[in-house]
Design a binder for this molecule. Sequence first.
Ligand SMILES: [Zn+2]
Length: 131
Amino acid sequence: MAPWQHRPMPGGGVVGQKCETCYGEGRVPTDEGLVLCPDCGGAGQLPHHDTLVEWRLREIERVHGSSGGEAAQDIEWLAFELRRAREALRELLALTDEIAENETRLRMRFLASRTLGLYEIVPVRAGDRQE
Ligand SMILES: [Zn+2]
């Protein structure tokens, strides 16, 4: 299992995060020599969180969704609902561009961005605050 498959998704997979499989080198050693890292495609950095969620979803569908049984139907339904919910959050985030700057807009943007994993959340130190 690749690291992005078992890493907790919230807060993980931030853009530019160093790939743990190849230690940021982009290549991994095999019996045939160095090959492109399967997790980052040779970039050395993990792709966007949104991409990681989609990759994992596809992997779950591939592994568990092809049996044709009741569990496969449940997974298909869950994947559909997850994609629909994330798409709705992206649309809501885009809609916040059309409303005036206020605290509610700020909170909406923060909630949607945090859930989608769009930005790394860094605590603000007292001295860094701009008033
Ligand atoms: Zn890698």
